[in-house]
Each structure stands twice: as structure tokens, then as C-alpha cells.
Write a protein that binds this ligand. Sequence first.
Ligand code: EPZ
Length: 419
Amino acid sequence: MQKLVIEGGRRLCGEIELQGSKNSALPIMAASLLCGEECVLHGCPAITDIYSASRILNCLGAQCRFLGNTAVINSAGAEGTEIPAALMREMRSSIMFMGAILGRNGCAAVSIPGGCELGPRPIDMHLSALRKLGASVTEDGGNIVCRLPSGRGKGTRMTLPFPSVGATENIILCAVMAEGETVINNAAREPEICDLCGFLRACGASVEGDGGSSIVISGKKRLHGCEYTVMPDRIAGATYLSMTAAAGGEMILKNACIREMEPFLTVLEQTGCSMYASEGRICLHSGSRLRAVRDRIRTMPHPGFPTDAQAVLMAALAGADGTSVFEETVFECRYRHTDALIKMGAEIETVGRAAVVRGVKKLHGAEVAATDLRGGAAMVTAALAAEGISVITDIMHIDRGYERIEDAVAGLGGRIRRV
Ligand code: EPZ
């Protein structure tokens, strides 16, 4: 099992070219099933979740190969309707293939997906939405079979009880091939939803309103292939900025999606970092000490503060002057990284959905195990700011979402080794 060994307590200085977005590339890879032709996807990050998605595509009869960060996917032969449980368990996004297979082939057999342990992650909204689109859905001991009696979904209007990212994506993937018009009210507004819709439009689909709370889709019988570039990863961007903020130093984030990162940048600015953002570049300068964030940092669906950036910002604020308070409203159990941060000297108290972070003078190195993707990234962030050496184990969680994190950190002058 590989580990990251980090020697912290040094200022960071350098540039990072931001990777493509994991949470865009995954549903877009699922969507490529719908066009039945070749799609060329640029900006796919070299991470294990992307390779899991490619195994699912190949298992369904598509052909997916990589040329660097470009995935070439030909879904002409993708007549498969079943994803084996072992592949479903590799990541949460495997569930996105359910809507795409259903849209393409009228029938899909999947099972409960894997992914980060962030508390209960039900898929009830996905299933009830597919039922509204006309699918019969049977569940038996974790196996799920969905069938569209006429082979195509039927357009409908629906209102989601919560703007779930995954449910919104699954509905879109099924509805673009359905008969008639589908309206999703209270849809997720995340930038990755817009990216998926942008890809589908490039394939000839009719989708409007993404980025707002109502999305309108007019189903088509057929889509076609396209060439598309996945948006930059706003959460990887937030992670690298948090690292430099925590350790002190200066960095330039290149290929950044500034507007989409605004909810994070607005909060980071309150820590006293100076930032300048223009034309896809964010320059950050972090002085010797960060300030605590005065207002409660409440994670919310976009355009609120992103839950995926909660852990890395918490790691940075663990060494700030003063007390910051987080409130996690999206997931029930997203504070599993706090024990590791405490082992590194942080003072964090969690009470239900709140975490109170009392900034300490200095963190110290420790041996810790990554608990989940963003929690693991938070440990790297804390280790870079800490005095001494840290060893992070269970880094397969980190590799699910960050492309060669050690190269990116080394590009900032950080002392990090994978052993
Ligand atoms: C996506 O997960 C992202 N994953 C997550 O990123 C991200 O944290 C999350 O959206 C929120 O922004 C991908 O895009 C692959 P949700 P998803 O459905 O779709 C509840 C990362 O670190 N819910 O919006 O699973 C659910 O339990 C990852 O990159 C139901 O109750 O998120 C949660 O509390 C982790 N029933 C809340 O909604 C449902 O049917 C938000 O989930 C679906 C969701």
C-alpha cells in the first residue's frame, strides 16, 4: 500500500495547471453512451474514478481508450444493460450510468453504488424520478432493475425534494432520449450539471435552463458524437489554494474556473489571503498567519459554499488566529477527517452538524490514514502547514480524485514523496 510522506512547515511557491473536473467527466462519460458514435473528451483527469468509468463503458460494449487526458469513447456497440456489482461498488458515480443505459437501451440492471463514506447516501430521488419518467423499477437486496415498457421514457414535470446533483444528472440522462418534454424543478445548479448539459447539447440534445433551478429537456430519438473539453476541477482548485493559504506562500492556479469557484474564493479571502483572479488564473498570496473566518461557514448546494471544499478549508483554518465554525448541511457525516487533524495538533470539536475549529499556533506532523477523498486532501493540506514529517496512508481515497497530487504539490515546492 502506497503512502505520502510530507515534510511540512515550508512556504509554498509556484504554479499549478488545474486538472479537468472529476465530477463533470464522470457523468459526461456516462452520457457518451447516448450518442452511439465516437466522442472525444479532452480534460479527463488521470484518476482512478475515471478508470472505473472506462471499465463500466467497456463492460457495456463501448470502447474507451485514453490518449493522455483525452478519452476516446465509441459507444456504437454499447448494447449492454447490466453493470456487475463489483464495478458498481468502485465509485458513487456508477449510479449515473443507470439513467444513461435506460435512455439508450430501455432497460438497466445495476446495484447500490460505492463511493466515499459520508453518511447515508440513498438513491430514492433517482429511483422515484425514473419512475415518473415511466420506468418500472424493482429493487431486490441491493439489485435494481429499471425498464421502460415502450423502450423510451415519457416526458413529465417533476419537483425534486432536494437539489441532488446525482438525481438531476440521472434524470437528464434518461430524459434527453424520452418522448416529449421533461421539466425538472428544484434541479441542482452545480457547474458540473451545466457541463453535462453543454456536452449533451454538443451531441444534439435539447436542454435549457441548466444553472438555474428549472431545467427543460425536449427528448430526441437520436444524438450524435462530438468533441468536448471537460471544465476545470473547482474542488481540486480549492484544495491547492487551501494548501498554499495554510502553509503560507504564493501560487498561481492556471486553467481555473473563476466564476464557478466564487463561493469558495469569497470565504478564502476572509482569511486575509490576497487574491487576484483574471482570465482563468488565480494568484494567491498568503502572509505568515491566516485569520479565522468570522461568519459560520455553512455548506450548501451551489451557489453556496461547496461541501467538497469543507475539509480542506478546515485544515487551513486549524492553524489560523481565532475560532471558525463550520456547519455541514449537505451530508450527515462529513467530519471523519477531524480525528486526523486533531492528531496533528488541531483543536476541533464537532457537535452534530457543526464543527468548531479553534486555531492553534502550529500543527505538528503525524501518521494518519485518509478517510475519504476530500478528508485525505485535508490531511495533505494540514501536513504541508505542520512542523515536521507526516505520513498519510490509505491514499487510494486521494487517488480517486486528484491527479498525481504529489506532482502538483511538488510544483509548489512542497516536500512530498509517494513511497
Ligand atoms: C455529488 O454527489 C458529488 N459527486 C459529490 O462529490 C458532492 O459532494 C455532492 O454531489 C454534493 O455537491 C459526484 O458528482 C460524483 P447529492 P451526489 O445527490 O450526487 C441526499 C466529491 O468529493 N440524497 O447532491 O451523491 C444525499 O444523501 C464528491 O467529489 C438523498 O437523500 O450528491 C446527500 O445528503 C463526494 N437521496 C444530499 O442529498 C437521493 O436520492 C446531496 O447528495 C440522493 C441524494
